[in-house]
Design a protein around this ligand. Structure first.
Ligand code: GDP
Ligand code: ZN
Length: 544
């Protein structure tokens, strides 16, 4: 089916839907030349990659449909790697539909499916799979940092890194195989195996570093989760509205208005942040409200950042009551909200865990809102001294301290998903993580025989009790013998370094290297399944 589709010539509107100044239709495939010979006047091929002004005609009636610029991209110098062309015409709905239906009458022409152009580019080796994903992300990028990451990936940074790893692994495998073929002459091959070992060691370290990125790239791609938590009426919805600059959640003076979780994606300093305004947290017997609280807590548990909001007057009251300690106050506050149970009601110990986790992690911010309601200078000073650098004091109403608070949240986002652009490109999808992890495991098993499968380990143990000849230059991982015990013990000691034994050893390592390379091949698309491709291309639009 794929081949049949690839054989046809496809076309699509590549610019946006609806009325616009200029509309662009792209065509790709073997019969692209027909556009020029049947649908343009003059009916000649324009110079490659140079715009030419032409009449655009209906192929059978010869009726003029529009006048526009046409471009011809002969293979392989096109986006898809095939013969391609572009028609730039007037963006009226009638013009677009007339040209599209005219194209449909050309023999061997079919309308493109979503992602068809990119799929062809991939099949013709113009893009590897990570670049395809980067391109998809670039089209969907909504913030600066997302755009940068996607562009970098589209340009091949991630693909190049993985491809360089794959090449190293294949090279190692080839070395081992050459060793197997020629090892009669030990002098020539001396050092080959240890060279492979150190290369594998280097790769293992590099991959471990690559995987230990705190999921930055994935977070940046999908958006950071930020949950706003606090008692009803402290100003959670107001904060969300300030962050998004438009009224999305209802701000109301009646406690308990936000009963469900409202999610909005905002751009905070270039980072995509999914802000969740949660139901106010408080002890309640109302069934609906209880559910709201439960969801708020569930949200907080998933969130990358939790913003805990308090109310200035309440905090001031506690300070005035004396013996004020911030941590203890917070704990008490959580208890009041029904998150932390007091000793008597230990039913929801899970909630308690959530809170304790926040308190011990860096990824939460505490805000004390409504400072504008604290009028006396003395009270203000009291608050400031007690809270010092423990939390942010602000008023969403007067915007006092608001800029500083937003900045603080932005910095937190940056810390959680900033992908230093100078370093190696970052992993951006769970798909990559799965395959790189599998690759790493294959490589590690070469270096750590302890983790080998039972059969492998068994043969390794045999080796432990087995004396190598003084000339033996093999390093531990490659000394593994794959032969069954019987054949080993029956061999006389003099023949212990038979060629066959070595081959068994090296073959196993070569086998693991092959597996590692295959896993990288899955990421870059050297090895693919139709399912994976369909999944990736389904995120594309028609005309891309
Ligand atoms: P939520 O229940 O925590 O989401 O609180 P809301 O955002 O709905 O706000 C509750 C009430 O507090 C509304 O009437 C807001 O206008 C008001 N409010 C929010 N922030 C401030 C503030 O900084 N100062 C004052 N005086 N009122 C505020
Ligand atoms: Zn609210």
């Amino acid at each position: 089916l794929t081949n049949m589709r690839m054989a046809s010539t496809v076309f699509a509107l590549s610019s946006g839907q609806g009325k616009c100044g200029v509309a662009i239709v792209r065509v790709t495939g073997k019969r692209v030349g027909d556009v020029f010979t049947h649908m343009t006047h003059p009916a000649t091929l324009p110079r490659p990659r140079l715009a030419a002004l032409r009449h655009i005609l209906h192929p059978s009636t010869g009726e003029r449909l529009d006048r526009g610029l046409v471009l011809w991209f002969p293979a392989p110098h096109s986006f898809t790697g095939e013969d391609s062309c572009e028609l730039h015409m007037h963006g009226g709905t009638a013009v677009i539909s007339a040209v599209l239906s005219a194209l449909g009458t050309l023999p061997g022409y079919t309308p493109a499916q979503p992602g068809d152009f990119t799929k062809r580019a991939f099949h013709h080796g113009k893009l590897d799979l990570t670049a395809v994903e980067g391109l998809g992300d670039l089209i969907h990028a909504e913030t600066e940092a997302q755009r940068k990451q996607a562009l970098r990936q589209m340009e091949g940074a991630l693909g190049e890194l993985y491809e360089s790893w794959r090449k190293t692994i294949l090279h190692c495998r080839a070395s081992l195989e050459a060793y197997i073929d020629f090892s009669e002459d030990d002098n020539i091959e001396l050092g080959v195996v240890s060279d492979v070992e150190s290369r594998v060691q280097g790769l293992v370290e590099e991959m471990k570093r690559h995987l230990a990125d705190g999921r930055r790239g994935e977070r940046l791609r999908s958006g950071l989760q930020l949950a706003i938590l606090g008692q009803p009426n402290v100003g959670k919805s107001s904060l969300l509205n300030t962050l998004i600059q438009r009224p999305a959640a209802i701000v109301s003076p009646v406690p308990g208005t936000t009963r469900d979780v409202v999610e909005t994606v905002v751009d905070l300093g270039g980072y995509p942040v999914v802000v969740c305004d949660t139901a106010g947290l408080r002890k309640t017997n109302d069934v609906v409200e209880k559910e709201g609280v439960r969801r708020a807590l569930a949200k907080a548990q998933q969130a990358d950042i939790a913003v805990v909001m308090l109310e200035a007057r309440q905090v001031l009251q506690a300070i005035k009551a004396g013996d004020f300690k911030w941590d203890i106050y917070l704990m008490k506050h959580f208890t009041q909200m029904g998150i932390l149970s007091d000793q008597k009601t230990t039913s929801d110990s899970n909630d308690e865990m959530i809170v304790l986790e926040w308190l011990s992690s860096n990824s939460y911010v505490t805000l004390v809102n409504k400072v504008d309601l604290i009028c006396s200078e003395e009270d203000r000073r009291l608050l400031q001294t007690a809270l010092a650098d423990k939390c942010s004091l602000l008023s969403i109403k007067t915007e006092e301290g608001l800029g500083r608070t937003v900045q603080q949240v932005k910095e937190l986002c940056a810390a959680l998903c900033d992908v230093g652009m100078a370093e190696n490109p970052t992993l951006t999808a769970a798909r990559h993580r799965t395959h790189i992890t599998a690759c790493l495991n294959s490589l590690t098993s070469i270096l750590e025989p302890d983790n080998w499968s039972a059969v492998e380990q068994d043969s390794y143990k045999i080796k432990q009790n087995y004396k190598c000849s003084p000339q033996c230059h093999h390093l531990t991982p490659y000394n593994i013998l794959l032969q069954p015990k019987e054949s080993l013990t029956s061999e006389p000691m003099e023949r212990q370094r038979s060629l066959l034994e070595q081959e068994g050893t090296i073959l196993l390592a070569a086998h693991h290297l092959q597996r590692a390379a295959t896993n990288l091949g899955h990421v870059t698309g050297h090895i693919t399944s139709e399912d994976v491709l369909n999944h990736i291309f389904s995120a594309f639009c028609i005309g891309k």
